[in-house]
Ligand binder design. Structure first.
Ligand code: GTP
Ligand code: MG
Length: 596
């Protein structure tokens, strides 16, 4: 019940549809019960009284009643659906908005497959309950109340005889619901696992194929498919066991009515017409009563689904924009003061201290896992510091309006992500009303214009799922063009040219130098050649800044920078085009030459 209360803001605005649907339901049920009553009239007043002239009248009454009932039944179902669809629409939007504002740390924890199934299957289970389940339950109550009143009105002795078995019926229904609940939960769980397996296999198809592990994956999938199959068989078996019980009870009711009713008719205490009418009322009630288990199950399932939706809605978000946060045009001064960062208690950065003046270029160098990406992510507040503070233009980022801050900071991520749309829309993502000219200029700066214009559809080429595939370096350059076009005051390039060759990288750096005039840039790179011109180079080792200074100064010191430089210098001296697997063979050949 609490779950429905907590979700009420989604359906309360549409309660009028439910209200109208329930009104139609009451009329449907009432008209449905008029049918047995008319039946008794036909038998008592027409057939038994030999009043054949009235037969047509009563038959037309029955006809009209069923026609009107049909209309109300349609309205009841249609309005119920409208109610559910409206509420689900709002809920879906709110869930999506919530996911959109969630912090990075949330996405480190959740599984895509699970989230997707919540947004689709669970949301739909909840919608179904609003659309049909609620009416179903109300219908049951109405039938019992109306039907019983009618029965008492017709013959209270026979009613008592019928009621004897009702508690048994209810007991069986509730008992089966108890057994069905875990069975259904298992169906959902195994479906979730099956979906995860499908999703991973599609996403990881290249890895699977390259390691020739199709057989293993097939087997894993087969196992999960079998669990899902078994779970479904178990529920089907439960249902199949449930129905005979219900049918047995229903038939026993018939026997009781025939036995007791027949006795009453023979004794002249009840008319035949009343018995026939009573009989059809009993049928009218027994059928939905046998659905009680199903209705209860619907209810429990929607509760479980609602709970999974609430988990998304109620998940705390540690990174939220402060009310009346700071917002102004950025100058680009960045200051880290005694910054510590932890991921779920694990220390990642220690006592980071540095200042970047507006327009300066700061470079981060360090071995893999040193914390470079983590450090850069603190500026647009992807994560919050554990200690110290990160200030942009002298204002703590936690006091900045989040949108205002992020709009002025552009990040080219280590893994470039393209949306499945045109190249144009991908580049213009942060600046949707950019003109073709602006997009082309940004692409030129990122050295992407040439290959884009060579594509059959140029900037209108679709990328991603349905579109053509791009190379790693091409994707990276599109991501770079996107950041340039966003016209940020602070630009963060996280290994943004790692996938392009040195010559292209050099070209990109030349144009970037022009773009970045008057803007603060944070460059993360593994190649010293990409950072040698930086105003300040920070060398990061296991979360600490171990060296800092300009290229020339750092070269003079002995330390990590010098070590990395020496390695790369040797590398470059031997192989002008950079890294590659030929390196070790080359080095061996060179050294053996030197020694021979
Ligand atoms: P490269 O990109 O490989 O050069 O490394 P990096 O210097 O950018 O390292 P990064 O900042 O990505 O990671 C620093 C440390 O934080 C590593 O030990 C990671 O294992 C850890 N780490 C990164 N992201 C997460 C995260 O989302 N959760 C947790 N718990 N740890 C993380
Ligand atoms: Mg990184």
């Amino acid at each position: 019940m609490d779950i429905f209360r907590r979700l009420r803001r989604f359906y309360v605005p549409y309660l009028r549809f439910l209200g109208m649907s329930l009104a139609a339901l009451v009329l449907t049920t009432a008209l449905g019960l008029a049918y047995p009553y008319l039946l008794s009239l036909i038998i008592n007043r027409v057939v038994l009284a030999h009043q054949y002239g009235q037969l047509l009248l009563y038959v037309s009454l029955i006809l009209v009643a069923s026609l009107v009932k049909g209309v109300f039944n349609f309205l009841q179902q249609y309005l119920g659906q409208v109610f559910g669809i409206h509420a689900a629409y709002d809920l879906r939007n709110t869930l999506y908005r919530k996911l959109g504002t969630q912090a990075f740390s949330y996405y480190d924890r959740v599984h895509t497959g699970d989230l997707m199934s919540r947004l689709t299957a669970d949301l739909d289970a909840f919608r179904q309950f609003l659309a049909f389940g609620f009416n179903g339950l109300v219908n049951l109550v109405l039938l019992i109340v109306f039907g019983l009143s009618l029965m008492v009105f017709m013959n209270w002795e026979l009613t008592i005889a019928v009621l004897v078995l009702m508690p048994v019926l209810a007991w069986v229904a509730v008992r089966f619901d108890g057994q069905l609940w875990p069975a259904y939960k298992e169906v959902r769980r195994s479906l979730g696992r099956l979906n995860t397996s499908v999703q991973e296999n599609i996403m990881g198809v290249r890895t699977v194929k390259s390691f020739a592990r199709e057989g293993f994956e097939q087997e894993k999938f087969g196992g999960r498919n079998e669990s899902y199959y078994t779970a479904n068989i178990v529920t089907a078996a439960l249902w199949k066991r449930y129905f005979p019980y219900m049918e047995l009870i229903g038939n026993m009711e018939v026997v009781i009515v025939l036995l007791v009713g027949g006795y009453l008719v023979i004794r002249g205490q009840m008319s035949l017409g009343d018995l026939v009418a009573f009989f059809s009322v009993v049928w009218y009630i027994v059928a939905p009563m046998s659905q009680l288990g199903y209705q209860l199950n619907n209810w429990t399932q929607s509760l479980a689904a609602g709970e999974r939706l609430l988990e998304i809605l109620d998940a705390p978000n540690p990174i939220t924009s402060p009310e009346a946060g700071h917002s102004s045009v950025l100058q680009g001064r960045i200051e880290f003061a005694g910054v510590d960062l932890t991921y779920e208690e694990a220390p990642i950065l220690h006592d980071i201290q540095f200042v970047a003046e507006p327009g300066q270029t700061i470079a981060l160098l360090g071995l893999t896992g040193a914390g470079k990406t983590s450090l850069a992510g603190l500026i647009p507040r992807f994560y919050d510091v554990a200690k110290g503070s990160v200030r942009v233009d002298g204002v703590d980022v936690r006091e900045w309006d989040l949108q205002a801050l992020r709009r002025q900071v552009a990040v080219v991520f280590q893994e470039s992500f393209l949306f499945s749309t045109t190249i144009f829309a991908n580049i213009a993502y942060g600046h949707p009303d950019a003109t073709m000219e602006e997009v082309r200029r940004a692409a030129q700066m990122a050295d992407a214009a040439e290959f884009i214009e060579d594509l059959p559809a140029g900037y209108s080429t679709l990328v991603g799922e349905r579109g053509i595939g791009l190379s790693g370096g091409q994707k990276q350059r599109i991501a770079l063009a996107r950041a340039i076009l966003a016209d940020p005051r602070i630009l963060i390039l996280d290994d943004a040219t790692s996938a392009v060759d040195m010559e292209t990288e050099y070209g990109i750096q030349q144009s970037l130098q022009r773009v970045m005039k008057g803007r603060t840039t944070l460059i993360i790179a593994h190649r010293i050649s990409s950072l040698r011109r930086a105003d300040q180079i920070l060398v990061l080792d296991r979360g600490r800044i171990v060296q800092r200074g300009r290229h020339a100064e750092l070269l003079r010191e002995s330390g990590l920078y010098r070590t990395i430089y020496d390695m790369q210098f040797r590398d470059q001296g031997l192989m002008p085009v950079g890294r590659g697997e030929g390196f070790s063979a080359f080095a061996q050949a060179a050294s053996s030459d030197a020694f021979s």
